[in-house]
Design a protein around this ligand. Structure first.
Ligand SMILES: Cc1cc2nc3c(=O)[nH]c(=O)nc-3n(C[C@H](O)[C@H](O)[C@H](O)COP(=O)(O)O)c2cc1C
Length: 163
């Protein structure tokens, strides 16, 4: 199975998750993590499993990820297994009622990424996943790398990848 992780990262935390996912998926075949700058939509045809992830900023994905997803032709992900992830702060920890309400109303990057991947014909293997950071610049909350590893394993199983 060939896996591609498309990711963007400002402070490095989403990048860390992308590399954990890549390393876990290497047990099932080829896997590579790339930023959208290093990809064109045409490249996607080479992969079986395609993950896309972004830091959540302003309740949404970063513009570079949005632009890349928009570039994928209609039905460009037909026959592809897909999944979406983001990183985000734990609003429960910030203890700010306004921010909690905003997050509840406007959400996070991953569900929007998942719906964009599905709109292009991808088969979503698992619900969009969010990984927590302690603060804007990180670090990742303890246990999140392990959770990412397990998530990648579940995706690979669902995709029918063999170890
Ligand atoms: C301008 C800005 C807006 C942000 N907005 C949100 C937000 O709406 N919700 C959230 O959970 N985290 C928000 N964050 C925190 C980011 O999710 C966090 O910086 C990111 O997960 C770190 O990932 P990275 O190291 O890959 O950039 C924001 C951060 C910045 C810098």
């Amino acid at each position: 199975m060939k896996s591609l992780i498309i990711y963007e990262s400002v402070y490095g935390n989403t990048g860390k998750i992308a590399f954990v996912l890549r390393d876990a998926l290497l047990a099932y075949g080829d896997a590579i993590a790339l930023k959208p700058d290093n990809l064109i939509a045409e490249d996607l045809k080479d992969y079986d499993l395609i993950l896309a992830g972004s830091p959540t900023q302003k309740f949404s994905m970063l513009p570079s990820i949005r632009a890349f997803l928009a570039e994928i032709p209609r039905a460009g992900l037909k026959g592809k297994k897909v999944a979406a992830f983001d990183t985000r702060v734990d609003v429960a920890k910030i203890n700010n009622r306004f921010l909690s309400l905003m997050a509840k109303l406007f959400g996070y990057a991953a569900p929007d990424i998942a719906s964009a991947l599905r709109k292009k014909g991808g088969e979503l293997l698992l619900p969009a996943e969010g990984f927590l950071v302690e603060d804007t610049e990180g670090p990742l909350t303890e246990g999140e790398e392990e959770r990412a590893r397990a998530w990648a394993g579940s995706l690979a199983q669902k995709a029918g990848g063999k170890t």
